[in-house]
Write a protein that binds this ligand. Sequence first.
Ligand code: UDP
Length: 391
Amino acid sequence: MASARIDLDGNPIKPLTICMIGAGGFIGSHLCEKLLAETPHTLLAVDVYNDKIKHLLEPSGSSSSSPWADRIQFHRLNIKNDSRLEGLIKMADLTVNLAAICTPADYNTRPLDTIYSNFIDALPVVKYCSENGKRLIHFSTCEVYGKTIGCFLPKDSPLRQDPDYFVLKEDASPCIFGPIEKQRWSYACAKQLIERLIYAEGSENGLEFTIVRPFNWIGPRMDFIPGIDGPSEGVPRVLACFSNNLLRHEPLKLVDGGESQRTFVYIKDAIEAVLLMIENPARANGHIFNVGNPNNEVTVRQLAEMMTQVYAKVSGETPLDSPTIDVSSKEFYGEGYDDSDKRIPDMTIINRQLGWNPKTSLWDLLESTLTYQHRTYAEAIKKSTSKPLAS
Ligand code: UDP
């Protein structure tokens, strides 16, 4: 199977060695799974944690080893301060950098960590790729677009309906952030600067790069469930927050009315796009790609309603009479929070270069994800809530 792989131009794909930084996270775990199961490529998986890829590193049966055991090596290291990093980048044909703080609850409460993680810590990765003539696929964010132009128009302006005022294009849309005191934008700004640096390395020093801008990728293993596999006081992204509320039979919290709009794409669809980038360098190098699903747009309120219905279906539990409650952003996230109003990705470039299109509807992706959440966490939550309080 694997040796017969051909690229989009009909050329055979030679087996690659990929240095994947942040392989133990949500996206990394799905990308590792895909590469091991469907390609002949070898992975140097770099992370500080490996909980989400344990199933790929350890054979499930005690005597048998997995079919890909010789194609994945885990390197536990922190890219901030480890001299082994350059060696791993040199050994690989390609580096995929996924390492970053990327939960909004951190942007305004830990802005220094956010800026360091997304800009400063990424610098050596870019430098080593550039100096050693190695290809880099760097994960950025749709948040670099910030707010839409349309949100500054009067509420009743008909131009708000015009896609020119809200659809986000890699090569045309501006990056619009709030004032410095709104520290929410520390993440977007750090990501924008690393994108500009990578782009400049490309134009001045010939770095072969691809930048990925994920638009709300969601699915199994995303973030953590507070108090179960993450800190009780931690605030993950919306999918995990709402899953946590549903698992605990609590109302879902709508921040500032739940009016912001998002487009959600299934992680497995998005991973297909990344695989195309990996295996089609001639089509992917020098490009920035939006990766999202423009057909799956909802307000956060609609997302809450849909997740409530889907969860009732997959768990067999009756929803609460009042399934949502309103909460202010100050109460939920603290001082300095702000929000992107709407995020619709333009798909022209990824379509033209890689012929990629997302497939999974929002209902279907929520159904498979919430089935996973229920199976993985319902028992643990029951146990944790029935524990007697320590005296
Ligand atoms: N949000 C919410 N309730 C929650 C968690 C998030 O209403 O429990 C909102 C948040 O304010 C934002 C949207 O959901 O408008 C998406 O938030 P997420 O943390 O997933 O990341 P973002 O898309 O903003 O990067």
